[in-house]
Design a protein around this ligand. Structure first.
Ligand SMILES: [Zn+2]
Length: 403
């Protein structure tokens, strides 16, 4: 179409200080949120300079100033935390990891990729997703007597605010907009769409955003339902949650979706109860990985917070060892092994207890923790481990997912 779109301008910029590979990766990923005029920022291998890839040539000076401020904040991140591995499982299948799983699933008609971070699926993919979900729920029921529940996919802004989400991940929020309750505005919108090709969005002034959002973290909707509870020991809850994280241009296959499913476990109660459930959930995750015969490591991690809060919060998370990630290997587009986080085990201290008035019998804020398993990432990892030939899959899984 427009030739200029293809002629991207690249400007080199000095890094405010040298960064390592990990921070360089975060910079590239978060750079899609710097400016609509910036396509991406790529840090050079030596970590001393970066290339800003611009979408167009307007206001270059102002855009570069914004890029410099972003890099300034990101370069302050401390990385190279000592990563502790808590548990490791190794698969029995001796076959190679399967390449191009996303593409293979689409070609077989088992996945439809809408191209905007959403997927539809059926056949073996659906059956596998259901089995992962079911198996995890079964382990949580067996070990913690956690009953299955259900929570909505939308969440109000006040709850998200209380959960600290706007402060930690403001770039990932999705607001729900509605037509204003106005006869003329609604009619104008209807007429615009009555005989057109492609949807016409309503005028900006005709849409109101009142604070309803799409839920970005599975456990959030649980806390308001626990308000006023007083725990002597504690309680576990589990459910399948639908979550939404706006990833801008970072979306990619089943590994980085905008909309995905999470099997969640929340535990709430006394300090002893919560740390006991957390410790006992480590071997459960390994048991789940072994059931699907996958390589899996549980290790300390930090969250990908938004740039300006990143440095402080990451340091806190790493120091307290409050987040453990479930790392499972897959292959990247070049066929190289990379690990993806297929879930995490988290301790929240008394943060949610305090914010949502959940307490112990001494009226002290209760402790909470959670385990989240990203179902679609487990699906991607399982197909990477065993490929498309049913023979390589563990018998119990094979019998359930292939006809
Ligand atoms: Zn959670």
């Amino acid at each position: 179409m427009n030739k200029q779109l293809n002629q991207r301008m690249q400007i080199a910029i000095d890094m405010p200080r040298q960064v390592d590979e990990e921070v360089a990766g975060d910079i590239e990923k978060e750079s899609v949120f710097v400016s609509p005029a910036i396509d991406r920022i790529i840090v050079a291998e030596d970590g001393k300079t970066a290339t800003v890839v611009l979408q167009d040539r307007r206001d270059v000076e102002a855009v570069m100033d914004k890029a410099a401020r972003f890099l300034d904040v990101m370069a302050k991140q401390v990385s190279g935390y000592e990563i502790k591995v808590f548990s490791e499982s190794v698969r029995k299948d001796e076959g190679p990891y399967q390449k191009d799983v996303n593409q293979g699933l689409v070609e077989r008609g088992w996945v439809h990729d809408y191209g905007s971070g959403q997927v539809a699926y059926n056949g073996p993919v659906l059956k596998l997703a259901q089995l992962i979900n079911e198996k995890a729920a079964e382990l949580y029921a067996r070990e913690f007597k956690a009953a299955d529940g259900h929570f909505p996919a939308m969440i109000d802004a006040d709850t998200l605010h209380k959960c600290g989400y706007f402060d930690s991940h403001p770039n990932a929020v999705t607001f729900v907009g509605n037509m204003i309750e106005d006869f003329d505005a609604i009619e104008e919108f209807r007429v615009a769409n009555s005989c057109s090709e492609g949807a016409h969005m309503p005028h900006r002034d005709h849409v109101h955003i009142d604070g309803m959002c799409l839920n970005p973290a599975a456990c959030f909707p649980a806390y308001p339902t626990l308000k006023g509870k007083r725990y002597e020991t504690g309680e576990c809850f589990t459910w399948m949650g639908r979550v939404f994280r706006y990833e801008s241009r970072n979306i990619s296959g089943l590994d980085r979706l905008y909309e995905f499913n999470v099997r969640e476990l929340v535990f709430v109660g006394s300090e002893d109860y919560v740390s006991d459930v957390r410790n006992r959930s480590v071997p459960l995750v390994s048991e789940l990985a072994a059931f699907f015969d996958m390589d899996c490591k549980l290790q300390t991690a930090t969250d990908p917070f938004f740039a300006t809060v990143s440095a402080a919060k990451k340091f806190w998370q790493a120091a307290q060892e409050v987040k453990n990630e479930i790392k499972i290997p897959v292959l990247d587009a070049e066929g190289q092994v990379k690990t993806i986080a297929c879930g995490s085990i988290n301790l929240h201290g008394n943060f949610f207890g305090e914010r949502f008035d959940i307490r112990d019998t001494d009226e002290k804020p209760a402790m909470t923790g959670c385990v989240g398993l990203g179902i679609e990432r487990w699906v991607l990892a399982a197909f990477t481990h065993h490929g498309f030939e049913p023979d390589r899959w563990p018998e119990e899984v094979r019998n359930r997912i292939f006809d």
